[in-house]
Design a protein around this ligand. Structure first.
Ligand code: KIV
Ligand code: ZN
Length: 387
């Protein structure tokens, strides 16, 4: 990677995203989503956890075989059989990656019952083993944000020396905050020998609603891979949402001068496909991809956007591949919006007719949450026959 401000997008919808309770996707849905991610310009697709099940193994293998552009990555615990199984699945890819991880915080070290030295040795052995199989190896310090800094520096250095090419610093439980997220990456880049030879990744969870902010703060501090999922799908409150990071970097390029390789016009189609496959509906007010993200209902806003769309829109719906009208007709809508909407529907009314329809429209809007195009047509026809 030659551009120092290029940020790699690592999508884990099919691995961390699928770990949301109830979000299991079928084999063909996974192939479909992987193809869309590949075409969209995602740099790395984490396609699954090959040792977890026969189904995951089959999905990762087939995605690896089919991918045209993206690096295809599989997840493996810090155990030799996991890493071997992962390699068996990803080796079919033109660009394979093994991603191995272990929990480094005191709470996580207690689970396999390893002391600090034993865990350091395990990291050395497993990363070395992965690197002997594949020249693209990612190592993650699970729960990095709750790991002692000295120990984190020590194990990151071991992983780099053993051949890891990407070092991931996950905020596994969504505990960090933007300033701390940035300081952690900066500290590692300053203190760890060899840090400048690898890519640092940020992997945030959204338990406190800060995943996107924490990821962007990490980028500003020097992380050059953001791990994320479509619609922010993921365990508990989810992962960093791909669409939020990518659009934030695009819209606020003036203050965050980083680029991605994502074709943003494909975002909406992917959002809908992932929602449909996972069965997880997107909340209407979800940033970027929610149903209401580009809709204006109040009269003041509608009047503004009809005169100059930039008054209340910081990005265009077309930027994410949405080509639908941005005016929602409801009880807060004004006369200017009604006139424009009726014009779109093929009705150009004189002032008196418009006044009449507007009164009927307001009465209806008081009874109904949203007034649809068919309702408006009925109102115009009713006004024409009853005046
Ligand atoms: O959140 C996390 O720590 C993870 C690791 C497996 C990378 O998903
Ligand atoms: Zn995670």
């Amino acid at each position: 990677m030659t551009d120092p401000n290029r940020v790699l997008i690592f999508d884990t919808t099919l691995r961390d995203g699928e770990q949301s309770p109830g979000a299991t996707m079928s084999h063909s849905e996974k192939l479909d989503i992987a193809e869309m991610l590949d075409e969209m310009g995602v740099d790395v697709i984490e396609a699954g956890f090959p040792i977890a099940s026969e189904g995951d193994f089959a999905a990762v293998s087939e995605i690896a075989t089919r991918a045209k552009n993206s690096v295809i990555c599989g997840l493996a615990r810090a155990q030799i059989p996991d890493i071997d199984r992962c390699w068996e699945a990803v080796k079919h890819a033109q660009k394979p990656r093994i991603h191995t991880f272990i929990g480094t915080s005191p709470l996580h070290r207690a689970i396999p019952n390893l002391d600090m030295d034993q865990m350091a040795e395990r990291i050395h052995q497993t990363v070395t083993h992965a690197r002997n199989l594949c020249d693209n190896v990612q190592w993650s310090a699970m729960d990095a944000t709750r790991t002692e800094h000295d120990y984190l520096c020590r194990v990151v250095e071991i992983a780099i020396k053993a051949g890891a090419t990407t070092i991931n610093i996950p905020d596994t439980v969504g505990y960090t905050a933007p300033r701390e997220s940035a300081a952690l990456i900066r500290m590692l880049l300053e203190r760890v020998p060899g840090a400048d030879t690898v890519v640092f990744a940020t992997h945030c969870h959204n338990d406190l609603g800060m995943a996107t902010a924490n990821s962007l703060a990490a980028v500003e501090a020097g992380a050059r891979q953001v791990e994320c999922t479509i619609n922010g799908l993921g365990e508990r409150a989810g992962n960093t949402a791909l669409e939020e990071v990518v659009m934030a970097l695009k819209v606020r390029h003036d203050i965050m001068p980083y680029t991605t390789g994502i074709d943003t016009t494909r975002i909406m189609a992917l959002s809908r496909r992932v929602s449909q496959a996972s069965g997880f509906l997107v909340q209407p007010n979800k940033a970027v991809v929610g149903k209401n993200a580009f809709l204006h209902e109040s009269g003041i806003h509608q009047d503004g956007v009809l005169k100059n769309v930039e008054t209340f829109e910081i990005m265009r719906p077309a930027d994410i591949g949405l080509n639908e009208a941005n005016i929602a007709m409801g009880k807060h809508s004004g006369r200017a919006a009604l006139r424009a909407k009726l014009k779109d529907l093929g009705y150009e009314l004189g002032d008196n007719q418009l006044k009449d329809v507007f009164i009927r429209f307001k009465a209806l809007a008081d009874r109904k949450k949203e007034v649809y195009d068919d309702d408006l047509v009925a109102l115009v026809q009713d006004a024409a026959t009853n005046t």
